[in-house]
Each structure stands twice: as structure tokens, then as C-alpha cells.
Design a protein around this ligand. Structure first.
Ligand code: GLY
Ligand code: MN
Ligand code: MN
Length: 434
């Protein structure tokens, strides 16, 4: 941690101590015990799956990947970190960094996993724990109201969190540049992925989500999960949706590039989606409804499809008939932080649910924007046969140029995704400029 980030982190902890005190008082708890979690073994095996430390634990302790850690928060007391440092010659035992935050915690080093004993009072345990662990401690296990209230503390990012998100973006951006260069040189999906990881300086198990590296029609699979090992003969497109973590905070960036065999229409659509995204970002600021922005994305997408003669109806009709939904079934964006799809996107600040509108079930952010939020803005346009095929049967099918759609299909799709901070004046795009 740089000295500047360390100073921000101490202020972040000050604010967190005050906020936890308020929430614990309001909900009538003496304290809360946060569990980092630990990697799970595959069934019948001694190997573990990759692991992400619990978000509320990381909100305090800037060490992603820590396992078997317990953090006890009690108003008026320093945070108590139960630090698991086993005597283990098979693995490297974790060591606490030489950073100022460590002085602010009371640290108890232990060699056996398991929770600390709790003092008397009303306590909650939050994290990936079994109910009987909480019961044995005399505590409540993941009470919903308290969890929702603590989730809300992650909605407005502190200066420390914004600095982490900005750095995660800078690291991810280096990967995106390398991925594009690898594609232009004729690399296969796996080699593009490896170029991304090398340039962004991270191992695959540390990425915030499985990188999406889709060449040609794979770019139209929203969460495409494979890496082909053979290069393609014709290069139409590359979609890379990939991030980075900095002290646990995630970047989530997507870029789409036209290959040497791309059609003019595909190039025009990339340009159109990019401009659309820039217009939406330019309009961001506190007080806005993200649902309204998502609806505007659909209307603008209708215009783009019409301008490229993929549809012959008006933008309004393309939205109303579900054509734009078939071309872009995911939401415009989501909150971003310690989790890629960060908590509390579908709740009001008082915790009441805000479900997505009926026509857009995948929208992950339904609340009004406030300063301090960091969110993604990620419009897209894809050829997804299973969504388009049903439109072909009905009257709406006459509004679509199916030959043009078929010519576009080998390109898969387009997504352009930036990470944006809402400020009191408007916004600040954390993703480096193209
Ligand atoms: N990378 C997943 C998403 O953009 O939501
Ligand atoms: Mn995203
Ligand atoms: Mn993404």
C-alpha cells in the first residue's frame, strides 16, 4: 500500500467504525463477528476451488484471499482480528503487512482455525458459516436486517475505495491493450487470455470474475466461459470482459474490437455502441434513476439498429416489440466494489426492495444514483439466436432484416463497459480513455 493509500485507508476505517457503531446501536447488537470464509474442497478430493474473501470482512481488512480470519467489531473498541497463521511446512504461512492499519487493530494470532469466544451480549455472525457455529457462540447467524444495513454502508465509496477502484482499472486496462494486440497478431482465445493476465500482472485465480474472451460468434455469448486453444481462420471480432482486483476492489471493463475480416456494419455498430455509451456516461449524476437510463439505452439501441438497417421500424416500436431486448438482454450496469456485482443495487437506502421492471429482469441496479456510488455502464448489442428466433415467427419479424442479422451473426456481439464514480457535480470515469 502506498503511503497516500494508507492514509486514505485509515480515514476509511474511522468512517467505518462510526457507521458500524450507528448500525449496531440501531439494530440492538453488542457487536458483530465477520468471517473471512475459506476455500472449499472439491467433493471427495483434497484440492480446493478458488476462493473470494467475504465482502464485509474485506471492507475492513485490505487483504483479498485471506482465509479463516475472524473480525470482531464492537462499538468503542478496536477491531479484534483473529489472525490464522498455522504452523505449516506445506504452505507459506500468511504474514501481516507492515502497514499503518495493523496498528489500529487488536491482533490475536492463532494456529488452529475456528472462531474466537464472544463476550456476553447480543452478537451476530456474518459470513459463510454454518448456523450451528453461530449457535455454539450464542450468536445469531447472518441476520437479514443487519446484513442489509451493513450492505448499505458499501454503496457510497470512501476516497480509499475509489483509489483502489481506479488502480484496479489502470491494471485491467494494461491487460485489455495486450489482449487486443494478441488478437491483431492472430492469437487464439487462450493466448489472448494469457496475454491479458501477463500484462495485468495477475494469476487466473485472482481475477474478480472469470475473464470473458470471445472471438467471433463467442462474443455473442454473454458470459462465455471457455478459451479455445486454436486460432480462428477468419477474424471478425474480439470481445474481452475482464478486470483486476486492488486490495479486493474490482475493475470490470469490456471492450470489443473488429477483426480484419469484420463487415462495415459491425464496425459501424461498435462505433454506435461506443458513442451511445459515452452519451449515457456524459449524462450521469446524482438524483438520476438508473432504470430510466437503462430504458434510454434501449431507445438509443433502437435508433442504432434502424440506422444500420437491421430493423425497419421506429426506435419506439423496436423497444415496444421486444426487439431491442432480444439484441441486448442484460442490464445497463450494476454497482461495483468489493464484489463485481456489488451489494444493495436493488434496494432503497432504507433497505426496502426495488425489484427490476417486468420487462428487464436482469437489471441489477434499480435505485437512484447518489454521489459516491461506483457503477458500470455497459450497453451491448448481440446476435443471440435463441432470443431472435421467436421474433421471426410473429408479425414483429417483418420489422427485422434477417439477411443483415445473419451477416452479423459470425461477429457475435458488442459490449463496451466502463466503471464510473458518481460525484456531487456529475461523474468521474475511472476507466482509462481508449
Ligand atoms: N463481467 C460481468 C459483468 O459485466 O457484469
Ligand atoms: Mn459489468
Ligand atoms: Mn463486465
Amino acid at each position: 500500500m502506498t503511503p497516500a493509500l494508507a492514509t486514505f485507508h485509515l480515514k476509511h476505517l474511522d468512517a467505518l467504525e462510526n457507521a458500524y457503531q450507528r448500525v449496531l446501536d440501531e439494530h440492538g447488537y453488542s457487536g458483530v463477528l465477520l468471517y473471512s470464509g475459506h476455500a472449499r474442497q472439491h467433493f471427495g478430493d483434497d484440492q480446493t476451488a478458488s476462493f473470494a474473501t467475504y465482502g464485509h470482512f474485506l471492507h475492513w481488512v485490505p487483504l483479498p484471499g485471506i482465509e479463516h480470519g475472524w473480525l470482531l467489531i464492537r462499538p468503542g473498541q478496536p477491531p479484534l482480528l483473529h489472525w490464522y497463521a498455522p504452523q505449516d511446512f506445506w504452505h507459506l504461512t500468511p504474514e501481516l503487512p507492515d502497514e499503518p492499519w495493523v496498528e489500529r487493530f487488536r491482533i490475536e494470532s492463532v494456529t488452529e482455525p475456528g472462531p474466537p469466544r464472544l463476550p456476553s451480549g447480543r452478537f451476530a455472525v456474518l459470513g459463510d458459516v454454518e448456523a450451528d457455529v453461530a449457535t455454539a457462540l450464542g450468536a445469531e447467524c447472518n441476520p437479514e436486517a443487519l446484513t442489509i444495513a451493513l450492505d448499505e454502508l458499501r454503496v457510497r465509496k470512501s476516497d480509499y475505495e475509489v483509489a483502489c477502484l481506479r488502480e484496479a482499472n489502470a491494471q485491467a486496462w494494461a491487460g485489455h491493450r495486450a489482449a487486443r494486440e494478441a488478437f491483431d497478431a492472430g492469437a487464439a482465445e487462450l493466448d489472448i487470455q494469457l496475454a491479458y493476465l501477463a500484462a495485468s500482472r495477475q494469476r487466473e485465480s485472482a481475477v474478480p470474475y472469470q475473464n470473458i474472451v470471445g472471438v467471433n460468434h463467442h462474443a455473442g455469448v454473454l458470459h462465455y466461459q471457455h478459451y479455445d486453444i486454436q486460432p480462428v481462420r477468419k477474424r471478425y471480432s474480439l470481445l474481452v470482459d475482464a478486470g483486476h482486483r486492488h486490495h479486493g476492489y474490482c475493475a470490470d471493463i469490456t471492450r470489443t474490437w473488429a477483426g480484419c475480416d469484420a463487415s462495415d456494419t459491425f464496425g459501424a455498430l461498435i462505433d454506435g455502441v461506443t458513442r451511445l455509451q459515452r452519451r449515457l456516461i456524459a449524462s450521469l449524476g446524482p438524483g438520476q434513476s438508473f432504470v430510466a437510463l437503462h430504458e434510454r439505452m434501449h431507445w438509443e439501441l433502437g435508433h442504432l439498429l434502424a440506422s444500420q438497417e437491421l430493423v425497419s421500424c421506429s426506435a419506439d416500436a423496436a423497444v415496444a416489440q421486444g426487439i431491442t431486448y432480444a439484441f441486448c438482454p442484460h442490464g445497463l450496469g450494476h454497482l461495483l466494489g468489493i464484489q463485481v456485482h456489488d451489494v444493495a443495487g436493488r434496494r432503497r437506502a432504507d433497505g426496502t426492495p426495488l425489484p427490476p421492471p417486468a420487462g428487464y429482469p436482469a437489471l441489477r441496479l434499480t435505485r437512484e444514483l447518489v454521489s459516491g456510488m461506483v457503477l458500470t455502464v455497459e450497453p451491448g448489442c448481440y446476435v443471440i439466436p435463441m432470443l431472435l428466433a421467436p421474433l421471426r415467427e410473429g408479425a414483429v419479424g417483418r420489422d427485422i432484416d434477417w439477411d443483415a442479422v445473419e451477416a452479423l451473426a459470425p461477429h457475435g456481439g458488442i459490449r463496451i463497459e466502463d466503471n464510473v464514480l458518481i460525484t456531487t457535480e456529475g461523474h468521474d470515469d475511472l476507466t482509462p480513455a481508449v
